[in-house]
Structure formats: C-alpha cells, structure tokens
Design a binder for this molecule. Structure first.
Ligand code: FES
Length: 152
C-alpha cells in the first residue's frame, strides 16, 4: 500500500491500458469531476447489430485513481454489449481494483459516467431511444463538464 492505494491500483496506474483516442469513434463521452475540476473522455467503437463494444480508449487529466479506474473499465467493457457494459457500477470498478482510498472514491465516478455519456452519444447518433437513466446522467454530466471547461 502506497498512499493508501492497493497494489492493483498502482500496477494499473503504472501500466494503464487503452489510453488515447479512437479517431473514427462511434461514441464519445466527456465528463468532469466537480470536486477537483478534472476531465475525462471515453471513445468507443461499437459493432452494429448487438452493439458490442469492439474497442474503448480513455484520455484524462485526472489523478492516479481516475487513470486506474478508467483503464480497468475499458478492459471490463471490451467484448460486452453496450447494454451489459452500462450495468457495471462504480462499486464494481472499485472492487476490480481491490479498493480505493475513501477520499478518492469520487474519482471512480468519472469512468462510469463517461461510459454513460458515450452511450448517450451513441444512442443519439444512431437514432435509438435513450434509456431514462442514461438521459438523466447526461443532463447532469453535460452541465458539469461545460462549467469545468469554461473555468479560468
Ligand atoms: Fe481529480 Fe481524482 S482528483 S479525478
């Protein structure tokens, strides 16, 4: 344990997976953390038909916890349908990392929210009706991200 982080968090942070952008992404989700002002983007390639996530990448200005949670979430969602991926909770991500220091749990929300934002983008672009919980999350996330981006 270093700074209260599990070995798993530190391993993922030192060797994160799926960092960067997907140029021809089918969906992009952008979220901000109101507690610290950090931003995170998620890019998805999604197969037509069953909407299977073929590729996922993230880009973030966030901390160790934000990088570790977003990296592990991209590993967890690849190969899943978008619908199944959306069932993954913040707690599932934290458990997959063998825990996070309590004061860093707010950072883990970013990755899960970015996935919801990407889903909103995908459903909207594809003309698919957006599930209520994704719609509600989008209303909140888009306001926070805009505020953060326009902060001096
Ligand atoms: Fe900003 Fe963790 S402190 S995302």
């Amino acid at each position: 344990m270093e700074y209260g982080y599990s070995e798993k968090v530190l391993d993922v942070f030192k060797n994160p997976h799926n960092i960067g952008e997907i140029k021809d992404a089918d969906a992009i989700g952008k979220v901000g953390n109101p507690a610290c002002g950090d931003l995170l983007w998620m890019f998805l390639k999604i197969g037509k038909g069953r909407h299977v996530i073929e590729d996922a990448k993230v880009k973030t200005f966030g901390c160790v916890a934000a990088i570790a949670t977003s990296s592990i979430l991209t590993d967890m969602i690849k190969g899943k349908t978008l619908e199944d991926a959306l069932r993954i909770s913040k707690q599932d991500v934290v458990s997959e990392l063998n825990g996070l220091p309590r004061q860093k749990v707010h950072c883990s929300v970013l990755a899960v929210d970015a996935l919801k934002e990407a889903a909103y983008d995908y459903y909207t672009r594809s003309g698919i009706s957006v599930p209520e919980d994704v719609k509600r999350a989008h209303e909140h996330n888009s306001i926070v991200a805009e505020r953060i981006e326009h902060m001096e």
